[in-house]
Design a protein around this ligand. Structure first.
Ligand code: ZN
Length: 85
C-alpha cells in the first residue's frame, strides 16, 4: 500500500464541511468503470491537494484543494453521487 494513500474515511471531516451532510455513506458511481460504492471505500491520495480514486479502476473521481478561506473541488470523474438527506 502506498504510504500516502488512505481510504475515504480520512476525508470525512473535509467532505462533511463542504457538503454539510454525512458523506462517507454517500454512494458514488465512477465515471470510468461504472462501479458504485460508499465514499468511505474510495482510495484517497494526499499531495499538494487530495485526489480521490476509484478502488476498482483507479480513475480519478475527484480532486480537492483547500486553503484557509476556499475549497476547490473537481468532481469530473464521478458520474453520480447519491446522498441521504
Ligand atoms: Zn472505476
Amino acid at each position: 500500500m502506498d504510504k500516502l494513500m488512505l481510504d475515504g474515511n480520512a476525508v470525512a471531516g473535509l467532505l462533511q464541511e463542504v457538503f454539510a451532510v454525512e458523506m462517507t455513506t454517500a454512494v458514488g458511481t465512477c465515471g470510468g468503470c461504472g462501479a458504485a460504492g460508499p465514499v468511505g471505500a474510495i482510495h484517497v491520495f494526499r499531495g499538494a491537494g487530495i485526489v480521490l480514486r476509484c478502488p476498482r479502476c483507479g480513475n480519478t473521481l475527484a480532486k480537492i484543494v483547500k486553503n484557509d478561506s476556499r475549497v476547490w473541488i473537481d468532481l469530473t470523474g464521478i458520474r453520480t453521487l447519491e446522498v441521504t438527506v
